[in-house]
Design a protein. Structure first.
Length: 292
């Protein structure tokens, strides 16, 4: 087995290789003078299982493109199997045609990967309208979840807490994590007027006053949804408000937005490299790759 990366998730890739006692060989990725991609492996791949470790953030377009080139090159160089480990898999959020003429980008992304790799391993992909990854992938897929790691982190670092899912989509994470640590959980109902204008109110109210509120979500992108949830919790007398996300994108000044809304602690896993990373998902990936 050979572990490599296209530039994102290099630390995770190196840690996986070290723990599995296999070779880590970085790719050489550059550009020709006209801008065309140049990609080169620096080790013999013949007969090897090649594991490409690459989160699709930052630069999701280029990340996908790099992975496709790397996968096709590996097969052409004699690799017997190509596995993509994508701690964060982008393009999953456009899972329907919301407006006439739109591209359903999740299906396009899946079609491209189906043609280039043999197996996909990812962490908490944004599955909402799909029942599973099998709805769009024909290759072997493994969907891991960081819920146990997040639950352990909350149990160790918080007291007198309640768990909130900022919208219906996030409640699957919030509810599962709350059950693991035996605390109360609720979900907030989101009304989205645009990609940046969201209003939130609580369904099935629980006692918030004097509690340490932990808002749990799979993805924090612009931060609007979590910020609105934080404002609601603050109005209801929360003692302290924190947020934990599997994937932290924090675009459009997302961190500032959360702090202004009263969020004192912002915590993420390391599926996307960011200063907020406090929870390491590498052990999940190592356990899965041990099966190969």
């Amino acid at each position: 087995m050979i572990i490599t990366s296209c530039g994102n998730s290099e630390e995770i890739a190196k840690n996986i290789a070290k723990k599995l006692r296999v070779k880590y060989s970085p790719l050489t990725i550059a550009a020709f003078p006209d801008g065309d991609l140049y990609l080169k492996y620096n080790t013999d791949l013949k007969g090897q299982k090649v594991v490409i470790v690459q989160s699709f953030q930052p630069h999701p377009d280029m990340s996908l493109f790099d992975v496709l080139f790397a996968a096709e090159a590996a097969k052409d160089l004699g690799a017997k199997k190509v596995i993509l480990v994508a701690p964060y898999l982008s393009y999953m959020r456009q899972d329907k045609r919301f407006n006439p003429g739109e591209c359903i980008s999740s299906k396009v992304m899946a079609k491209l990967l189906n043609n280039s790799i043999d197996k996909l391993i990812t962490v908490d992909p944004h599955i909402h309208r799909y029942k599973s990854l099998k709805d769009i992938f024909t290759i072997q897929t493994t969907k891991l979840t960081a819920n146990s790691l997040i639950a352990d982190y909350i149990k160790e670092h918080f007291k007198n807490e309640v768990i909130i899912g900022p919208d219906a989509e996030s409640f699957q994470w919030a509810e599962d994590i709350a059950k693991r640590i035996k605390v109360s959980a609720t979900v907030l109902k989101k009304t989205r007027f645009s990609s940046r204008h969201v209003e939130v109110r609580m369904n099935n109210p629980i006692e918030i006053k004097g509690k340490n509120v932990v808002i749990v979500d799979d993805v924090i992108s612009t931060g609007h949804t979590v910020a609105e949830a934080a404002k609601q919790a603050k109005k209801m007398g929360a003692k302290e408000i924190s947020t934990i996300a599997v994937h932290g994108l924090f675009v459009e000044n997302g961190i500032d937005k959360l702090k202004k809304a009263g969020v004192s602690k912002i915590i993420t896993t390391n599926t996307i490299e960011h200063p907020s990373n406090k929870i390491d998902i590498t052990p999940l990936l190592i356990e899965e790759l041990k099966k190969e």
